[in-house]
Design a protein around this ligand. Structure first.
Ligand code: FAD
Length: 421
């Protein structure tokens, strides 16, 4: 990797890659591996700022889902667009890529892949090695302010301080989430000016702010193996199974993050309710029977103490408060109606989603450059002849678990390859 002064006369390249996140780094290194003269333009004074934050500093590099059809299912309705990119450079190739560069990896639960060192710095160091090995020129502190078009081609990019010219350009400026890392959504404006359609960006993989005060009074409580169903106008929209984590503002946890993009879309249209079933494997009658057995063997205990067998005590108190029942009622004295109320409460906790926590806290952006205007086999723009895209700037977002970085590696690899072939 050589640092490049974009004010110098020697600023003509085969490929100019804009944005040095995972997609841009992969695209630049891959294009340069063919011998092409490549410049990677980054507005920050270092690259991959966001990578250091990934996976809580551990970097969940990819997901070891090697069945590519199943893999695409983790990207919602747009997942099929990625099938070709995955078949060229999927999770298997990604793991091999890092291993070959001497980054050892390990696979944890839910097929999540991390560096053995649990340190995102090592991923960044490996990517640095990759850029150096392939002699990629890199211009730090270089923000692309404008892209100049002649006919149907980019003729040059204007930087805040200098300019660069290339035969092909790859735009990898990311989405709008965590804007302090550099991805502030300006790339959408650059693409829009070149005639591309931007599907409205909304925060995804974001915690949810709840309306109810009782929800916010339970920070730190986590309930596992729940069924989380999302409703609008009393109509079921979608559901997830897994953990729900209560926070001082609402709810979070991997499953909530995964459905937050969908909740964000629904919130644009109106109120959204999240219903949580704490016992999805039992129907009401089965749970009633189980509850009656527990009540019988704890006949002199209070209902609060009994509920605390099923859920954390603070949560039991909040639930009883919501159901209007006396928390000190003794099991022996409970009527069937009261028992049914408890069952209903355990299977039907209702939370009103007020809003997502926004781009500052959303791990990814849903929306971006319309996939209709990108060739999925090459990542080439269907509007501008010498332009390619990769990474989160396109209208792709995945679930938690390494899927978003995988989309960046795959589309970056494909764009880098296509730009030199
Ligand atoms: C806190 C956090 C944790 C995450 N953890 C994971 C995880 O563990 N696993 C996973 O798969 N995904 C994770 N993600 C998502 C993942 O990091 C992103 O999807 C991925 O970084 C997107 O890569 P990208 O290269 O498209 O964009 P980015 O990483 O956003 O990089 C874009 C780059 O372009 C530069 N840029 C922008 N505009 C310009 C311009 N005009 N001129 C020059 N440069 C410009 C930016 O400075 C930035 O360096 C996480 C995200 C966050 C915020």
């Amino acid at each position: 990797m050589a640092e490049k002064d974009t004010k110098s006369k020697d600023n003509k390249f085969d490929v100019a890659v804009i944005g040095a996140g995972p997609a841009g780094i992969m695209a630049a290194g891959q294009a340069a591996s063919s011998g092409a003269k490549v410049i990677l333009i980054e507005k920050n004074k270092q690259f991959g700022k966001k990578i250091l934050l990934t996976g809580n500093g551990r970097c969940n590099i990819t997901n070891a889902e090697f069945d590519l059809r199943k893999l695409t299912q983790n990207y919602g309705k747009n997942g099929n667009f990625l099938f070709h990119a995955f078949s060229v450079f999927g999770p298997k190739e990604t793991i091999e890529f890092f291993n070959k560069l001497r980054l050892e990896t390990k696979t944890e639960n839910n097929k999540r892949v991390f560096p053995v060192s649990d340190n995102a710095n090592d991923v960044l160091g490996t990517l640095n090695k990759f850029l150096t090995k392939n002699k990629v020129n890199i211009a730090f502190n270089s923000e692309v302010a404008e892209i100049i078009i002649k006919g149907k081609k980019i003729s040059k990019v204007v930087l805040k301080d200098g300019e660069a010219t290339a035969k092909k350009y790859i735009l990898c400026t990311g989405g709008k989430s965590y804007p302090l890392t550099g991805s502030d959504g300006f790339g959408y404006k650059l693409a829009e000016k070149m005639g591309h359609t931007i599907i409205k960006p909304i925060p995804a993989l974001s915690p949810i702010i709840a309306k109810e005060e009782w929800v916010k009074s339970l920070p730190g409580i986590s309930l596992e193996d729940t069924k989380i169903t999302v409703f609008q106008n009393n109509k079921k929209q979608f559901e997830e199974e897994g953990e729900i984590l209560f926070t001082h503002f609402g709810v979070s946890g991997p499953e909530i993050l995964n459905i937050s993009g969908g909740i964000g879309e629904l919130l644009e249209k109106g109120e959204v309710k999240i219903r949580v079933d704490l016992f999805p494997l039992l129907n009401h009658e089965e749970l009633l029977k189980g509850l009656e057995d527990v009540l019988k063997s704890n006949a002199n205990k209070s209902v609060k103490n009994i509920l605390s067998i099923f859920v954390p005590e603070r949560f039991a108190e909040a639930l009883l408060g919501n159901s209007g029942m006396d928390k000190n009622k003794i099991a022996n004295n409970m009527s069937t109606i009261e028992k049914r109320i408890i069952v209903k409460t355990l299977k039907n906790i209702e939370i009103t989603a007020q809003e997502t926590l926004g781009f500052d806290k959303a791990l990814v952006t849903r929306g971006g450059i319309s996939l209709k205007e990108i060739d999925h086999k090459t990542m080439k723009s269907k509007i501008i002849d010498n332009l390619y895209f990769a990474g989160e700037i396109i209208d792709i977002d995945g679930k938690t678990g390494g899927f978003n970085l995988q989309a960046s590696w795959s589309t970056g690899y494909l764009a880098g390859n296509s730009a030199v072939n």
